[in-house]
Design a protein around this ligand. Structure first.
Ligand code: UGA
Length: 434
């Protein structure tokens, strides 16, 4: 049985390590953050991801899965998965490859002859070929492959163990065979297998995320048109979604996409296209990005339409801080972005989230957070529904009406039951619904 290492134990790496262990492999997870490693070693997940806690605890107990900060423990592994982050650089749209570069530099001298380094991180096309060159200089007995990851936060375990495809960028049959051995049980279940060269494998990932971002911005552009023309984008989305060529998923209009992936991936893709002399090919992504950022601004405009231009002294209840439900990830969260801007405009903003308060507070210490929905809405002039957690859909608008100052709700995710709220006497506003 192969022995695996996983470098980087964030959302991607921790999930991949636990999932590979559950397939029967011995796995060593490595991270430079001792606090993360200590928690993971105790079977505790340092972030919220449904189902991962149970899986991790079981795998730690099985003793197949170990975590360490010590790179020397990977020397007997056959495959090394690079799962570190590639955030946006602070000085440009491009991706910061520091962690990928240092991971490969740390693994290369310790990797045994014949082992395979497999990148899973999202990188600008051309990175794998560059790293393969580095590797040839550092340890010529080790090969590089690229195996992009398509997992969604909130469904990370499911997406890792039952992915809708496996893509491997390889430069030899041997590398493909090793990866087929790793994923043998998934292949037996019929998961499609796509062999590609290194650049294509890297591109598949950013192309997929760009397509998803485009779909969301498309429907948000339709929301703008619906507002201007007096239409309803939720009905429009449902109607076009019945065409199987279009499909109904990722057509939820609202405050747009956020998180640690879609926004930075489309920006890094644009930056890379310029380096490749193909700026024009991805020019449309610039528009996708601006439609997306406009979706946040438009909700702030809606608040001002309802409460007046001057928000000083207005109480605003914000439901949701995470960039999406079933996650405590607040990276580039549209909800928090809106909350911060409303605060800057003078409003008194109180934010509720079922899971993401701690990480949100770590980023925006000056915002007012609460763990109680009652305290969030007490005396509010408007409720903003910004992350579509299930608990918010279960709230009875009749029961909470007496707790607010003005019964106005803005559904930034178009997922509350409008009829229910209107029947309960609320003024209901939402992007794309005149
Ligand atoms: C995304 C991709 O969906 C994954 O396939 C990919 O592996 C991952 O990025 C990554 O690059 O690692 P994720 O960021 O977890 O996954 O979240 P999504 O479910 O894609 O949602 C992204 C954003 O779009 C969220 O802010 C969500 O609220 C928003 N969204 C989604 C909409 O505004 N409307 C929709 O209809 C769907």
């Amino acid at each position: 049985m192969l022995k695996l290492s996983v470098i980087g134990t964030g959302y991607l790496g921790a999930t991949h390590a636990a999932a590979m262990s559950s397939l029967g492999f011995e796995v060593v997870g490595v991270d430079i953050d001792p606090k993360k490693i200590e928690l993971l070693s105790q079977g505790k997940v340092p972030f919220f991801e449904p189902g991962l806690g149970e899986l991790l605890a079981a795998e730690i107990k099985s003793q197949r899965l170990k975590f360490t900060t010590d790179f020397s423990q990977i020397s007997d592994c056959d495959v090394h998965f690079i799962c570190v982050g590639t955030p946006q650089r602070s000085d440009s749209l491009a991706a910061d490859l520091t962690y990928v570069d240092t991971s490969v530099a740390s693994v290369a001298p310790r990797a045994k002859a014949g082992s395979l380094i497999v990148g899973k991180s999202t990188v600008p096309v051309g990175t794998a070929n560059r790293l393969a060159d580095v590797l040839r200089g550092a340890n010529e007995k080790v090969e590089l492959a690229w195996n992009p990851e398509f997992l969604r936060e909130g469904f990370a375990v499911e997406d890792t163990l039952r992915p809708n495809r496996l893509v491997v960028g390889v430069t030899s049959d041997r590398a493909e065979e090793i990866l087929k051995e790793v994923y043998a049980s998934l292949l037996k279940d019929g998961v499609p297998w796509i062999r590609a060269d290194l650049p294509t494998a890297e591109l598949v990932k950013v192309a997929a995320n760009s397509f998803l971002a485009t779909k969301i911005s498309f429907i948000n552009a339709m929301a703008e048109i619906c507002e201007a023309a007096g239409g309803d984008v939720t009905v429009l989305a449902r109607a076009i979604g019945y065409d199987p060529r279009i499909g109904s998923r990722f057509l939820q209009a609202g405050i747009g996409f956020g998180g640690g992936c879609l926004p930075k991936d489309i920006r890094a893709f644009m930056a890379r296209s310029e380096e490749l002399g193909a700026r024009q090919s991805l020019e449309f992504l610039r528009e996708i990005d601006s439609i997306n950022l406009r979706a946040r601004a438009r909700v702030i405009d809606l608040v001002k339409v309802e409460l007046g231009q001057d928000l000083k002294g207005k109480r605003i209840a914000v439901w949701g801080a995470a960039f999406k439900p079933d996650s405590d990830d607040v990276r580039d969260s549209p909800a928090l972005d809106i909350a911060v801007e409303l605060g800057k405009a003078g409003a008194s903003v109180r934010v509720h989230d079922p899971k993401a308060i701690e990480p949100a507070r770590a980023r925006f210490a000056h915002l007012d957070f609460t763990e109680s929905i009652e305290s969030c809405i007490a005396g509010a002039d408007v409720i903003l529904h910004l992350t579509e957690w299930k608990i918010y859909r279960e709230i009875n608008p009749v029961a909470i009406k007496s707790q607010v100052n003005q019964a106005i709700v803005i559904d930034g995710r178009n997922s509350l039951d409008k009829e229910l709220w209107v029947r309960a006497g609320w003024k209901f506003r939402a992007p794309g619904r005149a």
